[in-house]
Ligand binder design. Structure first.
Ligand SMILES: *[C@@H]1O[C@H](CO)[C@@H](O)[C@H](O)[C@H]1NC(C)=O
Ligand SMILES: *[C@@H]1O[C@H](CO)[C@@H](O)[C@H](O)[C@H]1NC(C)=O
Ligand SMILES: *[C@@H]1O[C@H](CO)[C@@H](O)[C@H](O)[C@H]1NC(C)=O
Ligand SMILES: *[C@@H]1O[C@H](CO)[C@@H](O)[C@H](O)[C@H]1NC(C)=O
Ligand SMILES: *[C@@H]1O[C@H](CO)[C@@H](O)[C@H](O)[C@H]1NC(C)=O
Ligand SMILES: *[C@@H]1O[C@H](CO)[C@@H](O)[C@H](O)[C@H]1NC(C)=O
Ligand SMILES: *[C@@H]1O[C@H](CO)[C@@H](O)[C@H](O)[C@H]1NC(C)=O
Ligand SMILES: *[C@@H]1O[C@H](CO)[C@@H](O)[C@H](O)[C@H]1NC(C)=O
Length: 421
């Protein structure tokens, strides 16, 4: 081998070492530069700089190590890409994590809450970037408290009405632009809670209320389904939804830039999609308007609940359902009405419970019926396995009728509606 060739191989070897050089973590003495990465000790995750569209723009992110094409699960400087080749991720003198864009200053920081005399950053085996106080061992900051568009096992969506604290998923602007997009996924403070995707702060997709092990608006999640989600809600106005590890390879939940909420995992060679929402035209929030029912037939169609008629018949016929339906016969409800003039309850099966439900503490289905019957503002009730009694006293919004599964919704009607079509 000639001298030149040896030199060439030495260069190749060195540059390979440089490119894949991997720290155990980030310390004050060893910031992370472009081209360097930090790996989790199990080798599943990797932290480093990346450019989503091969532009000058560099972002600090975490991705699945060795998976091509690269799937980024978290981005630090979503709104503020760095462009300087000397950019680096460093530990500041007060212990916080700083992304320094060369001479252009700080592009991103882990925030002001930290105060430490010495800290280091590590990438945990769960894909969580953690800033640890060197002396107390305390976690000062973690990326799991600042989710982007992805949930990994052990990460959590939450709300706390007392503190106003909230953790949501936010979509990327586009496939190659990690800045904030149009879609947000959250869990609502309703009791029981539900998952809700918003598009530009308008409801876009709704899971239906949580019933112990499943979302009632997702027929796939029947009683035999072992849900990878765990939900906690307490009386103090806080709730959290945690994604559990089901021993799948590389599981993740992501809200795409197009608003699709996806649960997927890796088969070893490919990504396998386990769940997508919205998937059906009835999945879009409120397609059939108030008191409208989206029937999952082929093709899907909007109907009015029994006893209701389209608000604007011509518009409805043209296929604009947004105004929904109105009651045909007014309810004359008196709390102690006698048998004769009493309202009746009409059961509708295979239902995704409408939005704006209220939890009522009835012991059984009979008690649920009675509490609704005796309260004239109650328009419907449903006794749901895993929840108990839900009641409605507002317009029914976003109701779907599945071809199988779902709940029974009993709606209040004037008795004279009974025989009508
Ligand atoms: C730590 O330093 C960063 C960057 O200089 C600053 O933004 C942050 O407010 C500081 N935090 C504290 C607690 O002083
Ligand atoms: C930093 O060290 C000083 C002196 O040892 C100590 O007084 C101070 O409490 C420490 N600060 C923190 C945040 O640990
Ligand atoms: C914190 O700990 C790491 C690793 O144990 C060490 O490399 C670093 O110098 C320490 N930082 C400070 C400020 O003491
Ligand atoms: C890359 O993305 C940035 C926004 O992050 C955008 O401004 C730029 O035009 C994109 N470049 C290409 C080549 O798509
Ligand atoms: C609610 O808050 C109170 C006071 O802060 C606390 O004592 C109680 O344990 C909390 N209850 C739950 C279920 O978290
Ligand atoms: C349907 O009606 C709503 C409310 O009047 C209106 O805002 C919307 O533009 C209409 N949609 C279509 C597709 O015409
Ligand atoms: C309705 O019935 C309840 C119990 O049977 C009674 O206490 C109440 O006074 C009655 N209300 C009216 C308006 O008759
Ligand atoms: C009837 O239901 C409404 C709405 O849930 C509630 O505010 C009201 O207190 C109830 N009335 C009675 C008498 O229970």
């Amino acid at each position: 081998m000639g001298k030149k060739k040896i030199m060439f191989f030495a260069y190749l070897l060195l540059s390979t070492i440089f490119i894949s050089f991997s720290f155990a973590g980030i310390t004050k003495e060893s910031p992370l530069s472009i081209g360097q990465t930090v790996s989790s000790s199990n080798g599943v995750y990797e932290l480093g700089f990346f450019s989503p569209n091969n532009s000058q723009n560099q972002y600090v992110g975490i991705w699945f190590k060795g998976i091509i094409p690269r799937v980024v699960v978290w981005v630090a400087n979503r709104e503020n890409p760095v462009t300087d080749s000397t950019a680096n991720l460093a530990i500041s003198s007060n212990g916080s994590l700083l992304l320094i864009n060369g001479k252009h200053g700080v592009a991103w920081s882990s925030g002001e809450a930290l105060a430490s005399n010495g800290s280091r950053a590590e990438l945990s085996d769960t894909g969580n970037l953690i800033v640890i106080d060197n002396f107390s061992g305390r976690t000062l900051w973690q990326s799991f408290d600042h989710l982007g568009d992805t949930m990994l096992p052990f990460s959590t969506l939450k709300y706390n009405l007392a503190t106003g604290e909230k953790q949501v998923l936010t979509s990327w602007k586009s496939y190659t632009d990690p800045s904030l997009g149009n879609f947000v996924v959250q869990i609502t403070p309703q009791v029981p809670t539900q998952a809700l995707t918003m598009r530009d702060s308008r409801p876009y997709w709704r899971s239906g209320p949580w019933a112990k092990t499943r979302f009632t608006g997702v027929p796939l999640m029947d009683d035999s389904f072992t849900n990878p989600l765990s939900l906690q809600q307490d009386a103090n106005g806080s709730g959290s939804l945690t994604y559990l590890n089901r021993n799948f390879k590389l599981p993740r939940i992501v809200i795409t830039s197009k608003g699709s909420l996806e649960i997927s995992r890796h088969s070893g060679t490919d990504w396998v999609l386990n769940f997508v929402a919205p998937a059906h035209s009835c999945d879009y929030y409120g397609v059939c308007g108030p008191f409208g029912l989206c029937v999952m037939s082929v093709p899907p169609q909007c109907k009015c609940f029994k006893g209701f008629i389209p608000k604007y018949i011509e518009k409805w016929k043209r296929g604009n359902w947004t105004d929904g339906c109105v009651r045909r016969t007014k309810l004359h409800c008196q709390e102690n009405s006698t048998e004769k003039d009493a309202n009746i309850f009409h059961p509708v099966a295979n239902i995704k419970p409408p939005d704006f439900y209220e939890f009522a503490s009835a012991v059984d289905a009979e008690g649920c019926y009675k509490s609704c019957l005796h309260n004239c503002s109650c328009l419907a009730f449903s006794y749901i396995h895993g929840i108990g009694c839900l009641m409605w006293n507002q317009d029914f919004m976003d109701t779907v009728q599945f071809s199988a599964g779902g709940e029974i919704l009993s709606i209040r009607l004037a008795r004279s509606e009974l025989g009508k079509a």
